[in-house]
Design a protein. Structure first.
Length: 371
């Protein structure tokens, strides 16, 4: 296993499973728990790498499915890999493409060998197999790469999910067989839908493979938010304590707090940038819309306590004006703020865990959710 990838727990909450850790990668260390911004097409939408760095972002995610379709991994490899191509010097992670194949593509055929689907870009037929996904991810060159998994839809029967979970395990073995662990870490993905027995069994099987990290996949596929927490609670205890745990596609503050309390370390979600493109901003845990008329003459910053470039320099009135004028700068300014909010949020959680104040400080977040 690559000696670059180590995970150390630095503090543990005495009331929950929350932990503060450090994950070392060849491109630097990641202090967990942490939110990872999503740079789907080798760019976190509307932000330069310097702006992204200013939000406190440490590790950034890119999507294999999208990059395979455009520009293709050959071009990225020729450029020297993702870090060089997009000029992000920090740690990076690529997903396997599995989630998008299952959620975005029509006309797909799933077989034991892999998945065949029609490219939404030009209609050509593309085959994605475990081996191909690993080859593509090696060419893209992120620090952490993900196993190719079958993500069952929600809802799905126990029998359907059992088949997908078993296949995910066989596909993981094929991923491991072609993976070169020298410069990058391969994380396995636990599937199992909303079924506790399947989740626990999958987690136990994967744990035996001694991988450098583990992900909980197949969530955020339409199930109610309270089920996410349930899934994490039945899965995380079966994963090795000395390896990072990554909850894929989850990233609202409430979902993160609850998953962290169950022992999760890494998160990714498109909401901060997607919200920005809809004029939505995250302020003190609430979602506001900047186009609202109440902001037209409001010359205060979005959040007076926020250290981000947007809040340090611009008023709500100015952002409201940019939005109403369809000025594209607004997407950048709102994205800087939203990502900074989530980075600050996970930073605050990390500090609370380090001081063993997590359960107390986040007691109201951890209390039963209002229906
Ligand atoms: Zn801000």
């Amino acid at each position: 296993m690559g000696h670059h990838f180590t995970f150390n727990t630095q503090a543990k909450c005495s009331h929950t499973e929350a932990r503060a850790g450090r994950f070392e990668t060849p491109h630097g260390s990641v202090e967990t728990p942490i939110f990872m911004p999503v740079g789907t097409l080798a760019t976190v939408k509307t932000l330069t790498p310097a702006q992204l760095r200013s939000t406190g972002a440490q590790m950034v995610l890119a999507n294999t499915y999208h990059l395979h379709l455009q520009p293709g991994e050959r071009i990225v490899a020729k450029a020297g890999g993702l870090h060089e191509f997009m000029q992000w010097t920090g740690p990076m992670l690529t997903d396997s493409g599995g989630f998008q194949v299952f959620s975005l593509s029509s006309l797909r055929t799933i077989a034991e060998k892999g998945v065949t689907f029609r490219s939404p870009r030009d209609g050509r037929t593309i085959e994605l197999t475990p081996e191909k996904s690993i080859q593509i991810q090696h060419a893209l060159g992120a620090d952490v790469i993900m196993a190719f998994d079958e993500c069952p839809p929600y809802p799905a029967t126990w029998e359907e999910v059992e088949l997908a979970t078993a296949r995910t395990y066989r596909w993981l073995e094929r991923c491991i067989a072609v993976h070169d662990p020298r410069d990058r870490a391969l994380f396995g993905i636990v599937q199992g839908g909303v079924y506790p027995d399947l989740r626990a069994e999958a987690a136990r099987s994967l744990a035996k493979l001694d991988l450098p990290g583990y992900a909980i996949g197949g969530v955020s596929v339409g199930e109610p938010p309270e089920l996410i927490e349930k899934i994490v609670k039945v899965t995380a205890p079966h994963l090795p304590a000395d390896k990072p745990r990554y909850l894929m596609g989850v990233g609202t503050p409430r979902e993160m707090v609850r998953a962290i309390a169950a022992g999760v370390d890494l998160f990714d979600c498109v909401i901060p940038t997607r919200w920005a493109r809809h004029g939505a901003v995250l302020v003190g845990g609430d979602r506001w819309n900047i186009k609202n008329a109440r902001f037209t003459e409001d010359f205060t910053p979005l959040d007076g306590d926020c250290p981000c470039y947007t809040c340090q320099n611009f008023s709500r009135a100015y952002l409201n004006h940019l939005w109403r004028s369809r000025e594209i700068l607004v997407y950048t300014l709102l994205s800087i703020h939203n990502i900074t909010e989530l980075m600050r949020f996970t930073r605050r959680i990390r500090e609370a865990i380090a001081g063993d104040r997590f359960a107390e400080e986040f007691a109201s977040w951890l209390a039963a959710a209002p229906s």
